[in-house]
Ligand binder design. Structure first.
Ligand SMILES: [Zn+2]
Length: 166
């Protein structure tokens, strides 16, 4: 009797390879996303179940650098700077690969901005940025660990940043 090892089955592994590295002609590959954050990245990009975009999501992919990672590929789209800033808040190690004509024409790591304006909602309900005043939210960013300090009320957001995104 021959034992069939799932992981050594060539058909199975070629399917996996196809799933992971389906080449895209134009678009963006967001790699090294903190494991578990892929769906938040989709939310930042405004991608929901009704989207018509071709989107590939891989979650909990083994990665030598950060243990496990998520990957999001979006076809026919390049990201706005503001979207990259938002992604950097929840996936500080993410790399952005811009694909044109099947080739990577640009690759860069996200970089947390030093200040955020109008990106995150202050968690203090009494903060002036949460009143009816026309005051845009402003935060100073600490990078390691990622902490956001409201410049109006000193409220600090360190966990669940995705839930505070405007
Ligand atoms: Zn505040």
């Amino acid at each position: 009797m021959t034992e069939i090892n799932e992981t050594d089955n060539p058909d199975n592994s070629s399917i996996k390879r196809e799933m992971r590295v389906r080449r895209i002609k134009h678009g963006t590959v967001i790699d090294h996303i903190t494991a578990g954050q892929a769906l938040n990245v989709l939310r930042i990009l405004g991608i929901s179940g009704t989207t018509r975009a071709v989107v590939t999501v891989a979650m909990n992919v083994p990665s030598g650098v950060i243990g496990m990672k998520d990957i999001v590929k979006v076809e026919d789209r390049e990201l706005e700077e503001e979207e990259v800033d938002r992604i950097s808040l929840i996936a500080p190690n993410a790399t952005i690969n811009i694909i044109r004509d099947f080739g990577v024409i640009e690759k860069f790591r996200v970089d947390l901005p030093e200040r955020l304006e109008g990106v995150v909602k202050c968690g203090n309900p009494n903060c002036i940025s949460n009143t009816s005043e026309p005051v845009i939210s402003k935060f100073l960013v600490n990078k390691k660990p990622v902490e956001l300090r409201c410049i109006y009320c000193d409220h600090v957001i360190s966990e669940g940043i995705a839930e505070h995104l405007i």
